[in-house]
Write a protein that binds this ligand. Structure first.
Ligand SMILES: C[S@@+](CC[C@H](N)C(=O)[O-])C[C@H]1O[C@@H](n2cnc3c(N)ncnc32)[C@H](O)[C@@H]1O
Length: 216
């Protein structure tokens, strides 16, 4: 097995990536900061070995910070999916900067993904920082999770970020989805004041880092 890249080194690489140039509020576009992305990805590989030589779906990939980080930690293949063409253009640029051939991108609404991927192989690992399902997108966080779980193979695992206020809700949902659900860490997520309705320079929100493992 190849030596695992250090978390700090991974973070430095991820800091080089371009973010959203004109973030779209309705799509809840804010990138996972390099520090948080590096902590998540490093934990996924060092504690669980769920990236090295694995196939990964980066759902709602935005500028592909999680997908690119997954390849840097040894993923054999990543599919990045996002509804937004401009986000995918930034992803294409970021991927080209690292000269990575392991990542493909697909423009798709998450709702249509299962039928678009029908007949293709399912994934070992799904990773995402989905819209939190606030404002106009009520329930989108849960929908991302349900669709992500459908895209996993039978031993697959899904990692995701969700507002801590939804923790009880997802714990209640887990048995019905036939998954073991665990909060791995509680994070303070500094959402940049990208959007006009935020009047501070950044807004701290409490976020859980989850691991969902399929029960067989
Ligand atoms: C919070 S951002 C996270 C971006 C990226 N994963 C990251 O960690 O930096 C959520 C992403 O979900 C995408 N998105 C929103 N609604 C979507 C939908 N219905 N289908 C697919 N992608 C969607 C947005 O365009 C955005 O890129």
């Amino acid at each position: 097995m190849a030596k695992l890249m250090k978390r700090k080194e991974l973070e430095q690489h991820l800091q080089e990536l371009d973010g959203f140039s004109k973030p779209k509020i309705l799509l809840e576009q804010y990138e996972t900061r390099a520090h948080i992305a590096a902590c998540m990805l490093h934990t996924i590989e060092s504690a669980y070995g769920d990236l090295y030589q694995k196939t990964v779906l980066d759902l709602g990939c935005g500028c592909s910070v999680l997908g690119i980080g997954s390849v840097l930690l040894g993923a054999s293949y990543v599919l990045g999916v996002d509804i937004d063409e401009e986000a995918l253009q930034i992803s294409t640029f970021n991927i080209s900067q690292f000269e990575l051939s392991e990542i493909n991108l697909l423009q798709a609404d998450v709702k249509l993904l299962p039928q678009m991927l029908e007949g293709t192989k399912k994934f070992d690992t799904v990773i995402m920082n989905p819209p939190f399902g606030t404002k106009h997108n009520k329930g989108l966080d849960s929908l991302f999770l349900e669709i992500g779980l459908q895209c996993l193979n039978e031993k697959g695992v899904l990692y995701s970020l969700h507002k801590s206020s939804t923790r009880d809700y997802f714990h209640r949902k887990a048995p019905g989805w036939k998954v073991d659900a665990r909060v791995l860490a509680e994070l303070r997520y500094d959402l940049p004041a990208t959007y006009k309705f935020h009047n501070k320079s950044s807004v701290d929100i409490e976020v859980d880092f989850w691991r969902f493992e399929k029960k067989n």
